[in-house]
Design a protein around this ligand. Structure first.
Ligand SMILES: [Zn+2]
Length: 222
């Protein structure tokens, strides 16, 4: 089966995707990793994609879609994939569907890890990093013992400019805007489950697996 996992930055998507790929027995295919790997292997697509990324531009859909499809056809993806960070737009989703159809495959399910905007803002804007070793803290959920000082090496904690209020707001705007359209697209195919991401890591994992099971059971009945 092929899955798409979607969740805003700060939703816990990274943590969940690792555990989820193991539980579902599928390959984790993250677009960022895929670009890096293709470039390291000096593939034609990888070199093309890198040129766009170096200029700070988006990689065009035809390159990204071709890379994803190529990756899905590799032997280690025979049991399916969990796509992470792709597709982001309707044209990408349509191109992906068309490409998968040609090889007798499809997207089976989109898992949306849903966290309220206020909670995401709290999580993201509370992030602090230490100067010496980039240890990560969060003033809400994982504060240092002494304010402003790293527990592990005593260096100063600071906030990255893209973790401050305005930059975070802008990123969330883009995310929610893209997600609304993707949800519509896959909902029309009845392929979406929404999971409450506003609970502990273990509860989120259990919720995802239970809802995936329930979805598969209902599909087999229908
Ligand atoms: Zn530190």
């Amino acid at each position: 089966m092929n899955f798409i996992l979607i969740g805003a930055q700060g939703s816990g998507k990274g943590t969940q995707s690792e555990q989820l790929t193991r539980s579902l027995g599928v390959r984790h295919v993250a677009s960022g990793d895929m670009f890096r790997q293709a470039f390291d292997e000096k593939t034609e697509l990888g070199i093309k994609a890198k040129a766009y990324l170096d200029r700070g531009e988006l990689v065009p859909d035809d390159i990204t879609v071709t890379m994803v499809l190529k990756r899905i056809k590799e032997p280690d993806c025979a049991h399916g994939v969990l796509l992470d960070g792709f597709p982001r737009t309707i044209p990408q989703a349509q191109a992906l569907d068309a490409g998968l159809q040609k090889i007798g495959q499809q997207i089976d399910l989109m898992i949306y890890l849903k966290v309220p905007r206020e909670e995401l803002l709290k999580r993201l804007s509370g992030r602090y990093i230490c100067r010496a070793n980039q240890h990560v803290y969060n003033i809400n959920s994982h504060p240092p013992k002494v304010a402003g000082i790293c527990d592990l090496d005593g260096s100063e904690l600071y906030q990255r400019s893209d973790d401050t209020g305005e930059a975070v707001e802008k990123r969330l705007d883009i995310f929610f805007n893209e997600t609304v359209h993707l949800l519509d697209y896959y909902n029309a195919q009845q392929k979406v489950i929404e999971v409450n991401g506003n609970q502990g890591i273990d509860q989120v994992r259990t919720s995802i697996l239970n809802q995936v099971k329930a979805f598969m059971a209902s599909k087999n009945e229908g």
